[in-house]
Design a protein around this ligand. Structure first.
Ligand code: SF4
Length: 696
């Protein structure tokens, strides 16, 4: 008899596709879950290959101390005693957790609760800082809450979709496929791609704007000014539902057609076409991603986009909205539990009322009184010796953080490095004193939230391998050893989810966007069989909420949204004589993050099998396709395969972000990147680093 398929959620990007894993004679095959609202049966090539990535090759299957296998009890005692010693001698702020959008919401919740509620420091940050921290601040400034207003269906029904800072075709393929299908069915729909590079996403574009790298905010200020000049603003919406319009429009007046064209490196004809399409589109979605967020002024770029939507009344309606799409499967879940260092818990910050509320809910009088260090500062504090113990969970910061060689050197000096991971031999596990084997995708049970606020179940369909354990269990065991047994007596992830849901509704009288109190009473069975739901899920919206702000009530105390006056900035790192080209980083279609999972699939490796760099042939006419080249910045160098490409803008080099030391000794792109961050979000500028290019 054929075994039943298991419904789960994809391990990779923020589209969050539903996946059906069908047992085969050997292993599993993956197909798209027809009923899941993110994908309705579609999967991209990475999703289809999920069954090919399940081997145990390279897995960390037993706890290790100094690379030697030990029992769980010995490893957990060592973690708890190590943390306790540091806290006793140096205080709680000498301890840090660094999590990941790979963690399930239940794992994230327990980590955040332990650090901020019981250890009593704010130093719980996550690799989501590298992904969408600027989008979070942009939403909070505009709407009073970290609230994505729209959904994937809005992409499908819009009159115009702007894709900016996003190679959607490769980074979020199913969202792109659905958009391409909508364009096919409604050719009158307009699609605009804003990207210095001509990527695969441009295949469906009516207009591609190859703007100067980093000039996005000016482009949206110019568009706002053009809408004001042509009488296309929604005066009623601005008057009754927003604040800050006058200052914002005044600031945008600077961005005349000529000035915007010059600043952005575009022609006035291109801009006029852009403005006309926006003016003609009643329903407009702007989808944005890392090209906007990974910038030293990423928050302003987000708000420049949101300003345009607010000023033209294109939010809170079907087919409308500024839509930040996340990179990771559960970046949103991390935001919901408070996994960023500047959040406390459940969309609450650090006001005295919020600290008191969370303390009463958690029954702890040791809740941290202040935010912790964001990712870049956290690893600097390790380097400087202020943090003496760090616990890294499900991420590989020695590959993914900017200035990665400096991070590695800093971590080598840290007295206690604990790493929970599924793989034994990563750049980061090699730097660890204690390694804890975590369950991976297909083995663990919990929930994730995708970019459209949709909470889905990730379900286990494989037995736990070796001695690997769920992250929530590992954290709870350590918490119990630290003396917090009552607060961390979890036996099942559904218990954690119920607590998380209850906290979201605790003294939340409509003042906080994130509210899933309607799920706080789920039985274990109901949690296990939960269908995908978009938050808020509460008494007013028991079936979830497809779209926010339909009542035009925002989360600032006066119920109004905020337009933010923007002064566009260029990237902090500018080319020099020694480093005359600008390196842009990004994803390739068939790989994921640092390749620890997708690198196991021969099929996925066939697409692009080695690290490369793309550049315009005019920038290096002596370098030919296939040559080995050295790409260097003031921080380090890479050895890459040359791919001259006339579609690449002159003056820039594209390098993929995925390769780690396991696959190539000299291709960790983040080792080249200066750690400039946005002062408001702490997100690093990962897409604009001056480099040189020469033959190897
Ligand atoms: Fe997975 Fe993203 Fe592909 Fe969907 S689009 S199958 S979530 S990688």
């Amino acid at each position: 008899m054929k075994k039943a398929a298991i419904s789960t959620t994809c391990a990779y990007c923020g589209v969050g596709c539903g996946v059906s894993m069908q047992p085969q004679a050997e292993g599993f095959s993956a197909s798209g879950e027809v009923s899941h609202p993110a994908n309705f049966g579609r999967l991209c090539v990475k999703g289809h290959a999920l069954g090919e990535t399940l081997s145990l090759a390279g897995r960390l299957l037993q706890p290790e101390i100094d690379r030697q296998p030990v029992s769980w009890s010995k490893a957990l005692d060592a973690v708890a005693n190590g943390l306790q010693d540091v806290i006793r001698e140096f205080g709680p702020h000498a301890v840090a957790f660094y999590g990941s959008g790979q963690l399930l919401t239940e794992d994230y919740y327990v980590a955040n609760k332990l650090m901020k509620g019981f250890i009593g420091a704010g130093n719980m940050d996550t690799n989501s800082r590298l992904c969408m921290a600027s989008a979070v601040v942009g939403y909070k400034r505009a709407f009073g809450a970290d609230a994505v207003p729209c959904n994937y269906q809005d992409l499908i029904v819009a009159d115009c979709v702007i894709l900016t800072g996003s190679n959607t075709a490769w980074a979020h393929p199913v969202a792109y496929q659905r958009l391409a299908q909508a364009k096919k069915e409604r050719p009158e729909m307009r699609i605009i791609v804003i990207d210095p590079r001509q990527t695969a996403t441009c295949d469906i574009a009516d207009l591609h704007l190859p703007l100067r790298p980093g000039s996005d905010a000016a482009l949206f200020c110019g568009a706002l000014n053009a809408m004001a000049q042509s009488g296309k603003l929604d005066a009623d919406f601005l008057q009754h539902h927003t604040q800050g319009a006058d200052e914002t429009l005044l600031a945008a007046q600077d961005w005349t057609l000529a000035k915007t064209a010059s600043f952005c490196g575009l022609t006035t004809a291109q801009l006029l076409t852009f403005y006309q399409i926006i003016a003609d589109s009643d329903r407009l979605v702007t989808l944005y991603s890392m090209g906007i967020n990974q910038s030293s002024s990423g928050v302003d770029k987000c708000n420049a986009i949101i300003n345009l939507h607010l000023a033209t009344g294109k939010v809170g309606r079907e087919g409308c909205g500024p839509f930040s799409i996340t990179g990771q499967p559960n970046a949103m879940g991390g935001r919901e539990v408070g996994g960023l260092a500047n959040q406390l818990a459940s969309h609450m910050g650090f006001t005295p009322e919020e600290i008191d509320r969370v303390g009463r809910f958690w029954m702890s009088d040791n809740v941290t009184q202040s935010p912790g260090l964001n990712a870049v500062d956290l690893f600097r504090a390790i380097e400087e010796g202020q943090i003496k113990a760090v616990w890294i969970m499900g991420t590989n910061p020695l590959v993914s953080l900017p200035d990665a060689d400096r991070v590695r050197a800093g971590l080598a000096r840290c007295p206690l490095v604990i790493v929970s991971d599924i793989m034994r031999d990563t750049d980061t596990t090699r730097a660890a004193h204690i390694c804890l084997p975590a369950l991976g995708w297909g083995e663990k049970n919990g929930t994730v939230t995708n970019s459209e606020r949709c909470i889905s179940r990730q379900r286990a369909f494989l037995p736990a391998p070796g001695e690997a354990k769920p992250d929530w269990w590992i954290l709870s065991q350590v918490a119990q050893r630290l003396g917090f047994a009552d607060a961390f007596a979890y036996q099942h992830p559904a218990e954690i989810f119920r607590e998380h849901a209850a906290l979201s509704g605790f003294e939340n009288h409509g003042s906080r966007a994130f509210d899933i109190s309607g799920l706080a009473q789920l039985t274990n069975f109901q949690w296990d069989s939960m269908r995908p739901l978009q938050w808020p899920v509460n008494a007013a919206n028991p079936q979830g909420t497809a779209r926010l702000f339909t009542d035009l009530q925002f989360f600032h105390p006066d119920g109004k949204a905020r337009l933010i006056a923007i002064t566009p900035q260029l990237p902090m790192n500018q080319p020099t004589t020694a480093y005359p080209l600008v390196m842009n980083t990004g994803r390739v279609r068939d790989q994921w993050h640092t390749m620890t999972r997708t690198g196991k699939s021969a099929r996925l490796m066939q697409h692009i099998s080695e690290p490369f760099c793309q550049f315009h042939p005019d920038d290096a006419p002596h370098i030919h396709s296939g040559d080995l080249v050295r790409v260097a910045s003031s921080h380090g160098w890479l050895l890459l395969r040359a791919q001259p490409d006339s579609l690449q803008p002159r003056g820039s080099v594209f390098v993929p972000m995925h390769w780690n030391s396991q696959f190539s000794q000299q291709a960790r792109v983040d080792a080249l990147i200066e750690a400039h961050v946005d002062p408001l979000s702490g997100q690093p500028e990962s897409k604009h680093m001056p480099v040189s290019l020469r033959h190897w």
